[in-house]
Design a protein around this ligand. Structure first.
Ligand SMILES: NC(=O)c1ccc[n+]([C@@H]2O[C@H](COP(=O)([O-])OP(=O)(O)OC[C@H]3O[C@@H](n4cnc5c(N)ncnc54)[C@H](O)[C@@H]3O)[C@@H](O)[C@H]2O)c1
Length: 441
């Protein structure tokens, strides 16, 4: 059996968002990382020492790793031959029938298979339907060599990806016991984090989907509590949630998340549908994924109605300054952002919108925005009847209320879609003669 090149050499197949974060952090931890990526723009960006996607801290790590020769990138799948560990992080988009499209994973597995050697570890990081690792990937990659095969769900959140990848516990499950041991051993050495071994790859695959179903459903609960608080009046949903969360329950406290104008991103909007489709394949009509998606998808329209209603009650006004398009604070990520349906609904209701997002500027085409972004904050706010905060970017948190009050129409409405202003900040807003409305507050 030919020896593999180096125990500390890792191939990352698919150097998109997740692959770039994993590759950069492993290189920073002393590994020799080779990215395998068909997209030329990404390869050029990495070779130039730049992050292929916007993510705080990623550019610095990539620049350093490339300059020190610990990170290289190629489109040649034969590069896996030199690496003890092969991580697969290609995309798994949703198909028209809400199933995961596993074609990129299968294609990647077929491309690397002829170059694998006995004893290597092939670990899948992409989010996949249960049994994909054992039934789709293992048969392809073990055909040519006796490799270990495992699944390791990626659970980091964009915007804090580097820190989270370095700190959150890693879950692994192999297609057999030796594969689980090999996968756990890799992460114990690679990262200084807790490693949780589950019995098999099926269990590890379900962990990722269970996490995302819990998050989506929990946010749906917060969003419906917010709607109830809006109807009751005289109550702040954030105060209720904060106090409710003090109740100890089994090992942890109740932990209700926060309401907003909706859920965005690639995973939370997709994974509950994976779960639902899987249930349907097994004769189940699972309710919770449908409920969470229905409630959270409806929040965009709810927010538009809430702005419309509040403005009408306050005597009207047509000019709305929208602050934030990205779904996630301090990022330009607009994938499935709920801000777009709110914006479209407000336009349909006849409002005149100026939209500002410093992170999204220049990427308007990628997010289906129906109007051009306004690059200047003061110009966006000028004489507005309503300022709608849809994203909690730090640039927006730094705006002084006094300055803002001087830009907008006297008595304008501040709609809080994701800023979570404190009671003190709301009192300050009102002291400048502005009106405040939040989701459930
Ligand atoms: N983005 C997130 O926040 C996040 C979080 C957790 C899990 N995930 C999961 O991680 C996976 C990757 O997500 P992403 O956001 O990085 O997607 P992405 O689209 O940014 O990256 C995927 C990359 O794979 C490349 N690719 C496609 N086919 C390939 C092949 N045959 N060989 C090599 N490379 C190939 C693409 O060119 C692309 O650059 C998905 O399954 C996703 O659900 C994503």
């Amino acid at each position: 059996m030919p020896a593999v090149h180096s125990r500390k050499a890792v191939a990352v197949v698919g150097f998109g968002y997740i692959g770039a974060v994993i590759g950069a952090v492993l290189a920073d931890r002393g590994y020799d990382v080779v990215g395998i990526e068909p997209n030329e723009r990404i390869r050029e960006s990495v070779r130039a020492g730049d992050a292929p996607v916007p993510e705080p801290g990623l550019g610095e790590l990539i620049a350093e790793a490339v300059s020190e020769g610990r990170l290289t990138i190629t489109d040649d799948p034969a590069a896996v031959a030199e690496c003890q560990t092969v991580l697969i992080s290609v995309g798994t988009p949703l198909t028209a029938t809400c199933n995961a499209d596993t074609s990129q994973i299968a294609e990647a597995a077929r491309a690397i298979a002829p170059h694998l050697r006995d004893g290597q570890l092939v670990m899948l990081k992409s989010t996949v339907p249960p049994r994909t690792t054992a039934d789709l990937i293992a048969p392809i990659v073990t055909e040519t060599a006796a490799v270990h095969v495992a699944f390791c769900p990626e659970r980091l959140a964009e915007g804090r990806a580097i820190e989270e990848f370095r700190t959150i516990p890693v879950v692994v499950g192999g297609v057999d016991a030796e594969s689980t041991v090999a996968a756990a051993a890799f992460w114990r050495e690679a990262l200084d984090v807790e490693v949780v071994e589950v019995s098999n790859s099926l269990g590890a695959e379900l962990v990722k989907l269970a996490d995302n179903l819990w998050i989506d459903l929990n946010i749906a609960l917060a969003n419906e509590l917010a709607q109830l608080c809006d109807k009751l009046g005289g109550v702040d949903v954030l105060e209720v949630i904060h106090a409710a969360n003090t109740l100890p329950k089994v090992e942890h406290n109740v932990n209700i998340l926060v309401p907003s104008i909706g859920v965005g991103g690639y995973c939370l909007t997709k994974d509950p549908w994976f779960v639902h489709a899987m249930g349907a394949d097994h004769g189940l009509d699972l309710q919770t994924p449908q409920v969470s998606r229905r409630v959270n998808d409806a929040m965009a329209l709810y927010a538009a109605e809430s702005i419309d209603e509040t403005l009408r009650e306050a005597g009207g006004g047509k000019r709305i300054a929208v602050l934030g398009v990205a779904f996630k604070t301090d990022t330009g990520d607009c994938r499935f952002t709920p801000t777009i349906p709110v914006i479209k609904s407000l336009l349909e209701k006849g409002y005149e919108l100026k939209v500002h997002d410093p992170f999204v500027e220049g990427h308007e085409a990628e997010c289906d925005l129906p109007l051009a972004l306004e690059p200047d904050l003061a110009e966006t706010l000028k004489d507005a009847d309503c300022v709608a905060f849809f994203t909690g970017h730090r640039q927006f948190r730094e705006i002084s209320t006094e300055w803002l009050a001087g830009q907008v129409r006297p008595g304008a409405l501040l709609f809080d879609g994701r800023m979570y202003f404190s009671r003190e900040q709301i009192a300050e807003i009102e002291s400048f003669g502005l009106a405040y409305k939040g989701v459930g507050r």
